[in-house]
Design a protein around this ligand. Structure first.
Ligand code: MLT
Length: 324
């Protein structure tokens, strides 16, 4: 009897502590993991929204770059983190492609995370080092086919958007080339600028400045319509590859089991950040925009994640690219 009373008291204390933790959340800085290198496109999106979100929550959101294994290293780390809202993850389309790409993925995205809301959908651009010979998408296709053993494509590893885009491009032209994986397209861009690698498909959030500055060559944007901030760049459809299209959606995650009240608080902060004028303007400069408020809900994000996993599975299986 005494033992039962002690257990009841312990349970009551635990529940009271949990309720208090939810009420006072957040009472310390929050860490937002970015699964790629600093200075790249995911890092840019994360830093842009983290600042206004931190203001709403009254606590700083500290960005931590945990790059490796095409984004799966950081995702695996957050999946195992304490579900208290203090460790969250900014990830992108890779969350939906990794379950098919990785044979031994240690987490199931749908079961391992609480979805905190979608953030943005970023167009991709097919770019090359400034002095790369081809000048148009058609010339690039011809050149790559004729020189497939020499040309080198940069990406951020299997699971990265740049990997997916490169795979779709190579499939579209039925030609495979050598790929060099980096810890993110931030460092890959450094090597493109230095002429160390030939070409890359990367998010406009990482390429717009270099395209506008004439530091890289651009062949096409991978969206159905041209981008307002790069009006002279043709779409892949206009330039001759109508089936080669992809956009990179981003979303925020917390470990599964995070209290619904905490999820709601983080989501409310995200919703506010996505209406922030500086965020909207900076996103527009970089060729993107915040998602609509109804897409930035936890439920919409959860449904979208599941739909994207189903969408990419057969495409990746057909391409036959896998990692262990
Ligand atoms: C990055 O932040 O480096 C990128 O999102 C990498 C990629 O997915 O291509």
């Amino acid at each position: 009897m005494k033992r039962v009373s002690l257990l009841c008291a312990a349970a009551a204390t635990f529940l009271a502590g949990t309720a208090l933790a939810q009420e006072t959340f957040p009472n310390q800085p929050i860490t937002m993991l970015v699964p790629f290198a600093a200075g790249g496109p995911t890092d840019t999106v994360a830093r842009l929204v983290a600042e206004p979100m931190g203001k709403v929550l009254g606590q700083q959101i500290v960005i931590q770059n945990v790059a490796g294994a095409g984004g799966t290293l950081a995702a695996g780390q957050v999946a195992k983190a304490s579900p208290d809202g203090y460790t969250i993850l900014m990830h992108h389309i890779g969350m939906s492609t990794a379950p098919t790409l990785y044979r031994n993925l240690e987490y199931n995205p749908v079961d391992a995370f609480e979805t905190l809301g979608l953030v943005t959908n970023v167009p991709m651009t097919l770019i090359a080092r400034k002095d790369f010979e081809p000048n148009t998408l058609q010339e690039l296709v011809d050149y790559v086919k004729a020189n497939k053993d020499e040309v080198v494509y940069a990406n951020a590893g299997i699971g990265a958007a740049s990997h997916l885009c490169g795979m779709l491009f190579m499939n579209a032209i039925d030609t495979a080339v050598t790929t060099v994986p980096y810890k993110g397209t931030g460092p890959a861009m450094t090597d493109i600028l230095a002429g160390e690698v030939d070409f890359m498909c990367d998010q406009s959030t990482n390429t717009t400045g270099q395209i506008k500055g004439g530091e890289v060559k651009v062949y096409a944007v991978t969206t159905p319509a041209r981008l307002g901030n790069l009006p002279d760049v043709p779409t892949t459809a206009e330039a001759g590859l109508p089936d080669f299209q992809v956009g990179v959606w981003h979303g925020l995650y917390a470990p599964k089991g995070t209290d619904p009240a905490t999820v709601e608080k983080i989501n409310a902060a995200l919703q506010t950040a996505l209406k922030d004028v500086t965020v909207i303007e900076r996103f527009a400069d970089l060729g993107t925009a915040p998602v609509a408020a109804e897409e930035a809900t936890s439920a919409a994000h959860r449904d979208y994640l599941a739909a994207q996993i189903a969408l990419w599975k057969p495409i990746i299986e057909k391409a036959g690219v896998f990692a262990d």
